[in-house]
Structure formats: structure tokens, C-alpha cells
Write a new protein. Sequence first.
Length: 371
Amino acid sequence: MTPDASPDASPDAGTWDPAEFRARVQAALDAFLDLQAARLAPLGPDAERLVAEARAVVSGGKRFRAAFCWWGHQAVAGCLERQDDEQALALARAAASLELLHASALVHDDLMDASDTRRGRPATHRGFEAEHRGDAWRGDPEQYGAAAAILLGDLLLSWSDEMLRTCGLSGDRVSDALAILDACRTEVIAGQFLDVSVQARGRADVDAAMTVLRYKSAKYSIERPLHVGAALAGADEAQLRALTGFGLPLGEAFQLRDDLLGVFGDPATTGKPAGDDLVEGKRTVLVALALDAASDEDAALLDRSLGSPLTDEQVDRLRAIITEAGAAAQVEEVIAALAEKAVGVLHASGFDPQATQVLTRLASAATQRTL
């Protein structure tokens, strides 16, 4: 945020500053966690450690989910009349609740994938595991770290509901938004189980990988945040359907970009090791396309290497197989086509023109990012 920017200023489409919006969301999260810290203070230092980790995992990030919630609301409600400060703060709290849902998913996902890092710091289970080991406590450090991550992820999931429910907007509209949040949580948890099952079976064709992508990430990253914001503005079914026409293909493009970054991303930017998705054995659309198109020898090497420890040289070899098979280029083409489709639906839907302008900007940021 710029030094003279007010955290209570209500952003409008023409002058919307993403950095200022992220600061607004962070302020809402910090205030909510301050309340939770006070509530848990009687439990002593262990509860303090849990809240401290919650603060760490909700810090930073692009805040796409909060932004799509905010602008889903503006698309329906209109941006011509600026909200008063209290309404804007309430909407910011509602949008921020989706970042708690996202943090919950990340904490659980890192545990299930046995990831070591997240955004350049130890994953939650690794951090608590290291504390246990460093203090020479009894029992298994890994089990302690896993237990802590499960509990923190559950707590963040519960808090996402509480933060939305108590955001301060109209009770009837919050009730409608909570119904969407319920559906969202069901979808993302079931999608995560599909992903776990696909990895366990060690195979997934493109259709299966797309189903995982859609339910594990695409819907909860963009479509459902748009729906939550729109419901808070009193959207009707036709408006929600139009936002699906925009948000679902965009969410798919968003996750396909994430899949490319999981293989080709720069560790200095992503905060993850090189080729992390390959080491974790992710059966993504990218991998499915490469297995279909590569030579038998290259496909066999890629298939048996997934989910195993890899040297930098081995990662480079697998990257080359994926590239030479044309899978990376094909995914780039699909991302571009999905983004174009999404923006076309958005512009044909008759939403507020200023909100449409910002949502178009967000679509580009979500699909062309390097992090």
C-alpha cells in the first residue's frame, strides 16, 4: 500500500489497486485472527503456536479468491455508487474468508503430498515436526507434525465459515453465500480425494485429470468466489449461471497454468523445489498429455519417475520429455482458448462495465502469472 493510501478507502474499478486490495484483505484477516488469539489465550503457549502458524499461512499470496469474490459482488451490484466504509469493510471480511478456505486446503494438501516447503518456508507439518525434533519430545516427530497440520487445516476451514457468517452484511444474503460456501467445501474436499486416489492408482487419462483439476481447484479458485460475492449482492440464477460461464473455464486455465509452473516454474519465484509436481507424482493434465504423445521409452521413463526423489538432472530430462512430446505447448494453447472463452462470456453477460473491466484484468493475471 502506498504511504498515503487509506486502508478503509473503497476501491472502484477505474482506480483499483491490487496491492491496496491485498493489504485490505490482510488487515481483515489479521483482525479476525486477533479475535481468535484472544479467544484461545486461556489455552496457553501451545494455542499461541497454532495461531502463529495460522498467521503465517494466511500471509502473502495473490489473493485471487478474495478478488474474484469482491468483483463478483461488484459485477452484480454495480460500481457506480461507492459503498460506505462499513459496507466495504464487511465485504472485505467476506472476501477474506475465502483466503482462510484456501489456506486450509494448502495445509492439508502439503501434508498429503509430503511437501517440504510452501512459499519459501517450511510446510506446516514440517515446521511442527522440526519443533518436536528440536525440543526432543516423546513420540514420532512426523506424526506430531501431521497431527498439527490436520488440526490447523480443520481450524482454518471452520474459521472460513465463521468469518463469512459474521462479516456484517445482510443476514439473508450471507445465508445465500454460506450455501455456496458449503457446496464449495464439498467440491474441493471430494476433488482432493479424487486426486489422492488418482495418485494411488498411478494412472490418469486426460479426462480424469481434468475432473480432478475442475473440482480440486478450478471451482473453488474462481467460480465459487465469484458466486459468493454475487450472492452477497443478491444475484439471481441467471447471473450466477453467467458467472459460471466466465469463472469455470477461467478456473481451469488458472490450474493448468499452475500445473505448468509445478514442472517448469523457477524455484526462486514459486518457493517450491524444481519440478516439484514430478517429485510428488502429480498425474496432471500436462503429464497425461505427455504420456499419450511421448515415445514408448520416454513415456515409460516419465511414468516410473513420477513420485520418486529426483536430481536436478533427472528433472531436466523429464521436462525435456514433456516439452518434446508437445504437451507443454498444448497446455499453453488450452489455457489461451479457455481464457478467451471465459472473457467472451463475461463481456456478453451485461454485468457492470467497470467490474467487467477489472475481471478481465484479473483473468489475465490469473492465467499469465509466474507464481
